[in-house]
Design a protein around this ligand. Structure first.
Ligand SMILES: CC(C)(COP(=O)(O)OP(=O)(O)OC[C@H]1O[C@@H](n2cnc3c(N)ncnc32)[C@H](O)[C@@H]1OP(=O)(O)O)[C@@H](O)C(=O)NCCC(=O)NCCS
Length: 200
């Protein structure tokens, strides 16, 4: 799959699935923003394990953006690790990555794509809406444990409904067998707490 970002003089800009050789540039991009505490850091191992979830944006052979779609339930997937290089923002690459990831989600039969973000305005323009984070799968919270904002989370939860009526999948759900299996582990009491713990 290779999709032209723009026509004419800009045909060198494409969106395509990530390749192993892209990982060093993806790490620089994601962890550059993570150093500013606006994204979660990713390791080389995580990117290798999750590589097939990623699309990348390429401009004249240079990796300028990336984003991933991570499945959580039969109905819900998270859009994550979306980043465009600071030198190439506001040129449409971010929107194009999101649209292609939404299209992938549609093809897989996903009903809701959700995310956590500090830039809700960007996602509002793409049709996402703000949602109650408590309605999202408990499993998503495991990422929060290593987030620098865990004790004072101010990220906004947003969702894009691919199927009319998909709100039903966001209502409080019983824990999955995997979550029940966590009972007794130190994770469960932490994950059961509200994410916004202390804003002072
Ligand atoms: C957020 C981000 C992915 C946007 O990528 P981008 O390539 O600059 O976005 P685009 O050029 O496709 O944006 C197009 C539209 O989004 C809007 N937009 C872009 N960044 C925005 C922001 N931070 N806040 C509000 N709107 C924004 C633009 O105004 C533009 O709207 P318009 O077409 O109506 O003029 C990029 O700025 C980035 O990597 N930020 C740092 C990491 C981050 O926050 N990632 C999101 C994690 S959830």
């Amino acid at each position: 799959m290779e999709i032209e970002l723009q026509s004419g003089a800009e045909t060198s800009r494409i969106i395509r699935p990530a390749e192993l050789a892209d990982i060093p540039a993806m790490l620089r991009l994601i962890n550059g923003y993570a150093a500013q505490a606006i994204m979660l850091p990713r390791t080389e191992l995580e990117l290798c394990e999750g590589l097939r979830e990623f699309l990348v944006a390429i401009d004249n052979g240079e990796l300028i953006g990336c984003g991933a779609l991570h499945f959580y339930t039969l109905h819900m997937a998270e859009l994550r690790s979306l980043a465009v290089s600071p030198n190439h923002t506001r040129s449409g690459a971010g929107q194009r990555l999101v649209r292609e990831l939404l299209e992938q989600a549609r093809q897989y039969g996903i009903d809701i794509v959700f995310l956590f973000t500090y830039v809700p305005g960007f996602f509002l323009k793409l049709g996402f809406q703000e949602v109650d984070r408590a309605a999202l799968p408990l499993k998503t919270w495991k990422d929060c444990l290593r987030c620098p904002h865990f004790q004072a989370c101010d990220e906004i939860a947003m969702a894009y409904l691919l199927t009319p009526g998909a709100e039903i999948y966001m209502s409080a759900q019983p824990p999955t067998p995997e979550e029940i299996a966590l009972e007794g582990s130190p994770l469960l009491p932490i994950l059961s707490q509200p994410r916004i713990l202390d804003k002072s």
